[in-house]
Design a protein around this ligand. Structure first.
Ligand code: CA
Length: 245
């Protein structure tokens, strides 16, 4: 049986939301490097923006410079370490940037293989045949409580501690991403997003929007509009990547 050559199309969008005066999220689509990434920065003043934009830029830069013989997932892991170093060093050197950090969720692809990597509570989802599944596990205090059976998922959404992230880029001298591999087929869809989307929309709502037969750019617009309609309490970012034959 011939296996069809898979290629990927992508679209992304970010929005300030309805409550925040700035946007500390950042994203990049680098089709040539088979890299798609979303970051959600945190820190006082403009530090969150510095962290997230540096993380995205470092990812693209490192993947561009990669040795073509090294597997793309290894290059992505090395890029995450490099990005962590850059942000951590900036934060150490400048008191205004002290304590800044960023989440990261990235997708890299190589023919019919794909890997989602994450640090923090920005999420990667995978949809096949209309079924949406969260691939990543949030690195957050409430997620740890839920997994330990000490908190319900519903309480986690309302918890005053829901913003506490247990892993981030730039806040420590080293960081390890989780890595989730998947074999892709034509029609598969990935969603990378910041928590400004997933705080406002349940997985069922995400699935029902993503199931619409629309260009992926329009799906991004509909996701952001729905999150804003639901309150838009935070910056909202989504990147959709679809595998095609
Ligand atoms: Ca956020």
């Amino acid at each position: 049986m011939d296996s069809a050559v898979i290629h990927y199309i992508a679209a992304g969008l970010t929005d300030r939301g309805r409550k925040r005066s700035t946007n500390e999220d950042a994203f990049a689509i680098s089709a040539e490097q088979s890299l798609y990434v979303v970051c959600d920065g945190m820190g006082g003043a403009a530090a969150g923006e510095v962290a997230s934009s540096n993380a995205v830029d470092e990812m693209v830069k490192n993947l561009k410079a990669r040795n073509a013989e090294s597997p793309v997932v290894e290059a992505a892991e090395q890029a995450i370490h490099a990005a962590n170093n850059v942000i951590y060093t900036l934060a150490q050197r400048d008191s205004k940037l002290n304590g800044m950090g960023t989440t990261l969720v990235a997708l890299v692809t190589e023919e019919n293989r794909a890997w989602v990597l994450n640090v923090g509570d920005s999420r990667g989802y995978f949809m096949r045949a209309g079924r949406l599944e969260q691939m990543t596990i949030d690195h957050s205090l409430v997620e740890e409580q839920v997994r330990a059976g000490r908190m319900s998922a519903a309480d986690a959404l309302r918890s005053p501690l829901r913003n506490v992230i247990t892993r981030a880029l730039g806040t420590q001298s080293s960081v390890t991403p989780d890595v989730f591999p998947v074999d892709t087929e034509a029609g598969d869809l990935f969603l990378l997003c910041s928590d400004g989307l997933t705080r406002e929309l349940s997985d069922d709502m995400l699935a029902s929007i993503l199931a619409d037969d629309l260009p992926i750019g329009e799906l991004c617009e509909r996701l952001i509009a729905a999150a804003n309609d639901a309150g838009g309490g935070d910056n909202i970012t989504c990147v959709i990547v679809r595998a095609e034959a």
